[in-house]
Design a protein around this ligand. Sequence first.
Ligand code: PLP
Length: 458
Amino acid sequence: MTTEEFRAHGHEMVEWIARYLETVRERRVLPEVAPGEVFDALPAHGPEAPEPFARIMADFESTILPGSTLWNHPRFFSYFSVSSTPESMLAELLSAAINQNGILWKSGPALTELEQATLGWLREWLGLPERFFGVIYDTASISTMHALIAARQAVAAETRESGAPANLTVYTSEQAHSSVEKGALALGFGSANVRKIASDGEFRMDVAALERAIEEDRRDGKRPCAIVPSIGATPTAAIDPVLNILSLARACGAWLHVDAAYAGPAALLEECRWMFEGWEQADSVVMNPQKWMLVNVDCSVLYLARREALSGAISLTPEYLRTQSDPRLVNYMDYSVALGRRFRALKLWFVMRSYGREGIANMLREHNAMAQWLEAQVRADARFEMVAPVHLSLVCFRLRGTNEVNQALMDAINASGFAFLSHTVQNGKFVLRFAIGNYMTTREDVAETWQRIQALAG
Ligand code: PLP
């Protein structure tokens, strides 16, 4: 493609995206495709000869888009709802143009230093102290895995002596995201050494049960390595009591990693600060700008209070990557299993500057207000019941009735294409999750979806 052609296609594509954003509300959120349908619509072999760009774009419109679940849709209320803002999209385009690979400071000086600067700004916004060193990874799963690597390193000195790494245990809530267990499994902790602590009536980690589990394990010769509470656990956005859990972690010498992948941005809101009490004393914290902070997938931030625990475990410099040292110089490869890294800080920087702390806080508040409005509607309709407290932008409710009826209700709203909700099962009951978080979502989107849910409930 010549630069002239790039200019023409680029203009067309930006126009296409603008039109897409203006009309996305008219599209189905969930596609109507069967497994294998997209694959079968694609040629069995790659093209021998170059194909015109216009034909590729036409196939994108006719085959790829209709087979896509539209995460950037104002009525995507599933999982945790996310946003890809125009600012973030444009920054991604620039990032692709200069194609940085931030292995070392030398391989991407601006990438490295912009990451440090933006994560410093974000750290201040979140109310975390200066000792927290930030690293951007692709996902919260990988952030948490790196936190567990650091945790293991931090307790390694004593266990190396006894040769007992197999006895290291990880504690999290039964409500925690599966990434905690998966990270521990990937690192070889073993599933028998991952303790899923029971939760209370509000789905928060039961601190007394945690204390008992730690005591029992220590009696059995195990060594508590990490405790992972959540602020905004996936099923119902439960807020674990981080401060109380912190005391237990300190008493047994375990690393405290806080999973705030979804809820993290709410630390910007004065009225939500209570949820974060104690996280400033954690050893590490994960939050995802790619979830509720206007940055498109992928972008997850890990803050480490003791970054040397991570670099001590995985820093390794082959000869070809040897470079100068300088007290101000950071080589991000020292903090990551992956060597190469994209310029994700660029889109975070564009978003933070374009919206400012105020703009982001206003959006979060608006989403929380929509959730509170929805909660009031659910409570006002005797056919429904609320299942969990609404602290943030997630509303968990169900029809008073069987699991089958609730599953059918969710399937019906999702099959309509109008909106997309997900579910959880709590205490054996099927529960609908209505997660608000897209920057385009309006009160009308929420109200109209609720009206359709009511109508489908019969
Ligand atoms: N932690 C929490 C609380 C989550 O809700 C999720 C996903 O929704 C994750 C971790 C995993 O996120 P990722 O897809 O970025 O790995």
